[in-house]
Design a protein around this ligand. Structure first.
Ligand SMILES: CC(C)(COP(=O)(O)OP(=O)(O)OC[C@H]1O[C@@H](n2cnc3c(N)ncnc32)[C@H](O[C@H]2O[C@H](COP(=O)(O)OP(=O)(O)OP(=O)(O)O)[C@@H](O)[C@H]2O)[C@@H]1O)[C@@H](O)C(=O)NCCC(=O)NCCS
Ligand SMILES: Nc1ncnc2[nH]cnc12
Length: 327
């Protein structure tokens, strides 16, 4: 099988993409309830400088994940190796931020996607044709679903850099158990017990449906309509937030906070998105509503970083949001 990049180049490029996707997500402004260039959202202990520091500090973690996965296939051994690197990454993040949880969910999502992209980069994506992730939760619109390009018209590079294949490989890795996971009682686990939410683990095991079926198509659709990069990214976030069962929202504010976020994001989308005056006003209203509840959609923010990561791999726009205005 043709290898597009050697291991070193693969590690360097994928880890740089992952780290800059985190920075692009943090700098996207204005995001409701979240840290951005203008505010700390619903967070007392976070700010954009801390998010940037965390994103830079995590680049070697993503490089290690790419290195571990390059040339391999999804397996329990790989899952356990990545989990060890991920837990080490969490320690590095906490050291860099003075103990603040900036990117725990992102280490998980982007770590799996980085590893999957490294596998795809030097392997044959066909080996996953038999892998079927669990059924999607109800309520997904399938508009713009990207299916793996299997026509001979697609080049090898297009095939191995196909977001759907990468997400499917990431899902296959995530579904393996990690025998060395320490016993813990995370916010996510508490919320899972209380509300039955599948959280970050469920999203990954299903092959990142919110990223693939909502976030990425919304980003590409907005760009194809000539909208600014800022609006395209905000629309992508709104589409995912409309549906995601975000454990950050559930932990902080229960079902009411989750409903506020989903309904508010649906309003933005149904009013035509953030490039339309009424949609923009709905975005501002959503920010006020989330702040009033001290609620933060941190899971959606992580998934936006995942969208931006896959978009980069696919060769999408490298525009910084700061270079473009609203509308
Ligand atoms: C398997 C793990 C995901 C286990 O983690 P956990 O049991 O905690 O599971 P979740 O809560 O479901 O998810 C963890 C984080 O993922 C983000 N998230 C939430 N919902 C979703 C969702 N539906 N889909 C995808 N991602 C989701 C979210 O992260 C973001 O929010 C965090 C900040 O929140 P905040 O409320 O400010 O901070 P806290 O400290 O929690 O509380 P406060 O005191 O401030 O109120 C921030 O991290 C964002 O990134 C969830 O928090 C996995 O994490 C794991 O096992 N990791 C170790 C092994 C590993 O890394 N492996 C990698 C490769 S195999
Ligand atoms: N911009 C952001 N604000 C708050 N929590 C986050 N988790 C990931 N990105 C975030």
């Amino acid at each position: 099988m043709l290898k597009l990049m050697n291991a070193q180049a693969c590690m360097e490029q994928l880890s740089a993409y992952a780290s800059s996707a985190l920075i692009d997500e943090a700098e996207l402004t204005p995001k409701p309830g979240l840290v951005d260039l203008q505010s700390n959202g619903a967070h007392d202990d976070l700010n954009v400088e801390l998010m940037r520091r965390s994103a830079f500090a995590l680049q070697p973690t993503f490089a290690k994940m790419a290195e571990a996965a390059y040339g391999s296939k999804p397996s329990m051994q790989l899952r356990e190796r990545l989990a060890a690197i991920g837990r080490d990454g969490e320690r590095i993040m906490l050291e860099a931020t003075g103990g603040v949880n900036t990117h725990r969910g992102a280490i998980w999502a982007l770590g799996l996607l980085t590893a999957a992209a490294a596998i795809a980069e030097c392997g044959d994506p066909d080996f996953l044709i038999g892998f079927n992730p669990p059924p999607l939760q109800a309520g997904f619109q399938s508009g713009g679903v990207e299916t793996p390009p299997d026509s001979p018209m697609f080049s090898h590079a297009e095939r191995v850099r196909c977001p759907a294949d990468i997400a499917r490989i990431a899902g296959a890795i995530a579904c393996y158990p990690d025998r060395f996971a320490p016993a813990s009682n995370t916010h996510g686990q508490q919320v899972q017990r209380q509300f039955g939410a599948a959280g970050a683990r469920g999203e990954a095991c299903q092959g990142f449906p919110h990223v693939l079926r909502l976030g990425l198509p919304a980003l590409l659709d907005a760009r194809s309509r000539g909208l600014s990069e800022t609006c395209a990214r905000l629309d992508s976030l709104m589409h995912m937030m409309s549906h995601l069962e975000d454990t950050c929202l559930l932990y902080r504010g229960g079902r009411y906070a989750l409903h506020t976020a989903r309904q508010g994001a649906r309003n933005v989308v149904s009013l035509g998105g953030t490039s339309v005056k009424e949609g923009w006003q709905a975005l501002e209203q959503l920010d006020r509503d989330l702040l009033a509840q001290h609620a933060s959609p941190g899971g959606s923010a992580d998934l936006l970083a995942a969208v931006l990561f896959l978009d980069r791999i696919k060769g999408g726009s490298r525009l910084s949001t700061r270079q473009s205005g609203k509308g």
